[in-house]
Design a protein around this ligand. Sequence first.
Ligand SMILES: [Zn+2]
Length: 474
Amino acid sequence: MLSSVSPARALAVNVGKGVRWLLRRLGHGGTTLPGLIALYLYRPLIGDLGQAIPNGSLLVTGTNGKTTTTRVLAEALRQVGLMPITNREGANLARGIATALLSYANVWGHYRLPNAAIGLFEVDEGAFPEALAQLQPRIVVITNLFRDQLDRYFEVDFVASLWQEALAHLPPKTVLALNADDPLVAYLGETVANPVIYYGIEEVQLGQKGLEHAADSRRCPRCSVDLMYSASFYSHLGHYACTACGWRRPDPKVLAWRVQLGGLEGSCVDLVTPYGPKTFRVPLPGLHNVYNVLAASAAAFALGVEAEPFEKAMARVGAAFGRMERFKVGQKEALLALVKNPSGVHQVLNTILSQEDGKAGLLLALNDNIPDGRDVSWIWDVDMERLKGKISWIVVGGLRAYDLALRLKYAHLLQDQSNPVVLHVAKDLHRALDLALEQTPPGGRFYIVPTYTAMWELREELVRRGHLPPFWEV
Ligand SMILES: [Zn+2]
């Protein structure tokens, strides 16, 4: 019914879509600007579009862990046949959500949403109240509240009070999945009449007694007296109680009964949900990722997703985490594999070397920007010696190319009498890529193994040269 759509909305949708088309033509992702412009033209866009999603929406907010929680949840939803509509990583303001929704409106401003569609949006702490008011979600997941963006959001107590106010206007059926171990988040459950599913970690041996000095919040959200911690896991997350008013950590319904941290390989978790106990591997490292999986699990439980599909989803997330990307440059075959640490490099080398006999090449790219990790000394823990006889040349690139070159010198690959490896050094990654392509004969193969920011730079260049699709098409 064309008459039911407001001309303002149709205009906003069309302008938004046009801007996105143009940005992509110009080689930009266009994950926020189209939505920003569309919202400027028609403010209720998110509410209109979002509330038309057949299976409703889930909102994920909090300071840390939004993206991982959303990724795990998205996989779990796919496992039960739903089709999550999500905003892209980093586009977690209202404009990112609007951009994601634009794809599902036609030029008349009508929606074209498949029956299996379900909204799954991660939102910034500050954008949460508006997203909440507009989307009226079925489930709200709140991961934690840390003091990391003081310049934008003032004190954590202030953010908590904003959230509290926003949650007061929720539809009564909306379920909250809240972190029981974060007092500021857990207390939100006290202030609403909605159903709440708390999640938390029960393995107190992993914690320490008392609270770290750097903890962001140590006062009782109800009476402002200092909380007592019987165990704290990190920052202000732990098992707490208030000696003054008696408020204490709520008992979680979804919990990690036992957690065995396995370093960079991830953890083994005994998860208990109302569906029963289940032991499975979390293929992401660290206790913070156990929390993310618990958050996703609590939300999945609220939706009625059982433990089995959730477990399958976990395995798939693990595969995506260490994903390798294959592509061709003319007749040359290439494989791009992101690495973050020695064990990641070992896994990649094991995988690629098993099929090589000394003809292929390797482009190693090491940056030391913050997302890569500033300390690159871990390269000395990488067993580069295993490259012997498997690789004919290596190009090292990135900001710390010379550290890599030194490491390789001591691996005695270059002086090997029978099969010396040829080494090229080029800090500039575009030049490093050129060198790698020059070394590879038609029909030949090479591997690109970069750290995080080096990967983005190389990927961008490969997209620019037309060898890889832009990330938004992957
Ligand atoms: Zn108290």
